[in-house]
Write a protein that binds this ligand. Sequence first.
Ligand code: SF4
Ligand code: SF4
Length: 211
Amino acid sequence: MSPLNISLVENYRNSFLSEVEANVEGGNWVKMCMQCGVCSGSCPLGSAWEHPPQELFMMIRAGKREAVLTSASMWMCTSCYSCIVRCPRELPITHIMHGLATYAKRLGLEPKNQPTARFAEIFWNNMKHKGRVNELKLGLSLYFMNGFAKGIKETLKKQKLGMRMFKTKRVAPRELMGGGHGIKDPGGLQKILAKAEEIETSKISNQIKQD
Ligand code: SF4
Ligand code: SF4
């Protein structure tokens, strides 16, 4: 368990709902859910998930912290917004789903090897230094994310597509050199990201100190 997770378990020992309200985007809406099930019934993927949205919200109120935060369900939300437009209580369900995933990741509780979580991490690491996505490197990172041998196999499988993309200038080999293209002020971006991290960390530290 990460030190941050241990502190938060202590801090919100009696109420996972309060923890979600304080730390998860849209979390203060969870108590408004009336368990009608419209969101789960409208979700094109929910029936295939361990816990569709309505069930996750019920579990939050029932204090099922570990089951919620280690769940793969919120990682599979595709942001289709079917749930939001139909919820009679107008809960920002999509945002809560992504908020739960982000919070779980922050605490190191995301399911290991969950494909969306891995893609999100690879995408973020690709983009954060230069402020733009290097598509060539992103594609290669994804092909090779399960090891060298599988990466080669995947690359060979996609070689025709790759060649077509090179020919039509959809990817440029020079993007592999020196980190590729980026925004004009990557240093400024790093300052913004560092500040955002500082704010998030101090928000959680202040909550822990207050209780
Ligand atoms: S549709 Fe809205 S009120 Fe109904 S279960 Fe889903 S979140 Fe709750
Ligand atoms: S936005 Fe996410 S949770 Fe809502 S219906 Fe679409 S996939 Fe399901």
